[in-house]
Design a protein around this ligand. Structure first.
Ligand code: ADP
Ligand code: MG
Length: 339
């Protein structure tokens, strides 16, 4: 029998990888916003049309790219963020897999303008289904602007699988909020169908949370703070009487990433035991910092899962700090002189 194994062409490999990274417009929003943050932008604007189904654009004032880097950024496994496997244990960037832009470009039409501080002109690139169709010098401010159009134009099954513009829009808002909540030192704007939904100036955590969630949130927040050898915990939980009927206001961040972690979520909810009405979900915004060597976030391409070395210890600390904060609030409200 003759040999039958072949290496897949890049555009096919990219399209397969895209299946994991890009599920819907909101996944593109997450990746582009995280790239802007990684590029040290101080202002990031998100512009979408029809829930991102027709347009997703992210404009940042970050580092920008040279024309060669701009071309390379669409290659798979092309990244400026890590160089060696050991860097995975000291991550200080959101990205490191070098596959987001390659994946996005494999399933959409991408238009990018970018310029670094040192160059006089920028570069304008167009990519369609993994192929760079055009690159030319252009006048553009320092930073990067990427537009993604016609998502899944070449995968009809995926395109049809997308929900209505309003459902996709909700998912985009979720991603926007997650990124904005964890980066109060970056200003964010969000424009949907030409109307401004968010305009968030640089702020501290409390003001950012209120900016993202609405002004009513301000009176609901109880601060949480804890420092041990293992973790630094900062953030807020909602007063029990404001608990929601849905999980919409639960945010847990680990080393500046939004993370889904049922076990640690349980630690927080169990701290509310006896304080909540039936079927109510506590509100929380908790920011946990741990030694990057003690976690693995490379579990899934979307990086919303994390494995901790010392999960049980973190569970106990989390539960007791939240309990402590709630206790202070409950038993000694008179001590709050700010009221
Ligand atoms: P990763 O973020 O994992 O490195 P991406 O595919 O998202 O992979 O991006 C590839 C590379 O392109 C990044 O490592 C970075 O060097 C560059 N890049 C992407 N977006 C931007 C941006 N907005 N500003 C500057 N550089 C960017
Ligand atoms: Mg990235």
């Amino acid at each position: 029998m003759s040999n039958i194994i072949q290496l897949l062409p890049d555009h096919v490999a990219n399209q397969i990888a895209a299946g994991e990274v890009v599920q819907r417009p909101a996944s593109v929003v997450k990746e582009l916003m995280e790239n802007a943050v990684d590029a040290n932008a101080t202002l990031v604007s998100l512009i979408i049309k029809e829930g991102g189904k027709t347009l997703i654009q992210v404009v940042d004032n970050g580092s920008g790219m040279t024309d060669t880097d701009a071309r390379l950024s669409f290659e798979r496994h092309a990244t400026s963020k890590i160089k060696a496997a050991e860097d995975l244990f000291h991550l200080h960037t959101k990205g490191f897999r070098g596959e987001a832009l390659a994946s996005i470009a494999a399933v959409s039409h991408v238009d990018m303008k970018t310029k670094t501080e040192v160059e006089e002109v920028g570069t304008h690139l167009m990519v369609e289904g993994s192929h760079i169709t055009q690159q030319e010098p252009c006048v553009t401010p320092i930073g990067t602007s990427i537009s993604v159009k016609n998502l899944f134009f070449n995968i009809p099954a995926r395109r049809n699988f997308l929900k209505s513009a309003s459902v996709e829009h909700k998912h985009v808002i979720d991603e926007f909020q997650r990124v904005a909540l964890v980066h109060p030192s970056v200003a964010f704007k969000f424009i949907h169908n030409d109307s401004e939904l968010f305009n968030l100036p640089v702020a501290n955590f409390r003001h950012r949370i209120v900016g993202v969630m609405g002004s009513k949130m301000n009176e609901k927040l109880v601060p949480v703070k804890e420092e041990t050898d293992l973790i630094q915990l900062y953030g807020f939980v909602g007063k029990p009487e404001f608990a929601k009927k849905s999980r919409g206001e639960q945010f847990f961040f680990v080393n500046d990433r939004f993370i889904k972690h049922p076990y640690l979520h349980h630690a927080v909810s169990s701290a509310f035991e006896g304080l909540l009405k039936d079927k109510a979900y506590p509100t929380y915004f908790l920011y946990l910092q741990v030694n990057p060597e003690s976690i693995d976030i490379n579990i899934h391409p979307t990086k919303t899962e994390v494995k901790f070395d010392n999960e049980h210890a973190i569970y106990s600390i989390l539960r007791s700090s939240v309990k402590h904060s709630l206790g202070q609030f409950n038993v000694s409200p008179v001590l709050d002189f700010n009221k």
